[in-house]
Write a protein that binds this ligand. Sequence first.
Ligand SMILES: Cc1ncc(COP(=O)(O)O)c(C=O)c1O
Length: 388
Amino acid sequence: MNFDEHIDRRNTHSSKWDMMEPLFGISPDDGLSMWVADMDFRPPQAVQDKLAEVIKHGVYGYFGDDGPYLDAIQWWMKNRHSWNVPRDGIFTTHGLVNGTAMCVDTFTAPGDGVVLFTPVYYQFSEKIRANNREVIELPLINNNGRYEMDFEVYDAGLPAHARMIILCSPHNPGGRVWSRKELEQVAAFAKRHDLILVSDEIHHDLTFGVKHTPMALIEDISDRLIMMTASTKTFNIAGSHTGNVIISDLELRAQFSKRMQALGLSPNAFGMHMAAAAYSPAGAQWVDELMSYIDGNRKIFDAGINAIPGVKSMDLDSTYLAWVDFSGTGMPLDQVIIRVQKQAKIATNLGPTFGTGGESFLRFNLGTTRKNVERAVANMQIAFADLQ
Ligand SMILES: Cc1ncc(COP(=O)(O)O)c(C=O)c1O
């Protein structure tokens, strides 16, 4: 796989590139798109071949016989994550934003509180609020550029109407792969406060040599645990909007199944074909190559960005999303944003949308060519040259 190949995504209905002008006022012709989390790479050849086969056949009817799709998920989770997935507990949703909304809708009631460790992926709070539930923010501790949890503080401050936690594991935007001990603490916290625990593990394949532990491997939590996984982030096929909500507990499974039926949710054939092809030995090799390329990107990005006085990119255990703290510059974030957007011409995600703790941050997507990363660093150094 040649990750260095420049693939022009302009005028392809790419959210990342074709929406940067309307959303950020930055032209894709001379700007760099580093916001929404998809990558500028083609997926593994096995995925391309499968789609080519489907398109060659040319009849696009309803999908049936999902055995090979379920086999592929089970194979992947067992081989890559040492996790035996219960086959009957796999639900296929319209991606994991949909999966999140479905969990909130199924397992909580309007007015209930849903706990987030912030800053965290902004769609969680959006979906909680859109479903008329309340976001309960438990801020992570930024310990020298590394997020940690403080359960003494969380135990003391948790409101009585909390019903659910949504954990992002690995963590977007901080890139933390939570340790087994931290996961045990989250599980114990969920039990202490009688909360349903939803673990969004969409970034679990995108690690830099740090071992991710699925929450499903933590003992004595399965009766309140909902796992969420997807092939879309790993293999850059997010447009297929296909994700998995995986539930061991029979009662929770029945509740979820009933809600899926009520809403008429059923999977998309293209997404299932792609996921089944991706979760394969060829897919595994592709991910390993991808992560070694992204590792190179993040090293170049971090070295160049951290050379700007007052700017610090968090050390990532995982994800291709750099989380950059501008607090040391002493500039308010709106001034930083003007420089990044108008001078460096880079579209990024804005830290405050990730909740408490994100106030001084921007998130840069490094899932692009090395050349683009080098350009981004050079542009940023010029935009902040007066600080040097
Ligand atoms: C933690 C997390 N969950 C879910 C998603 C999106 O999931 P989907 O595209 O399946 O809706 C993202 C995308 O960046 C994410 O970071």
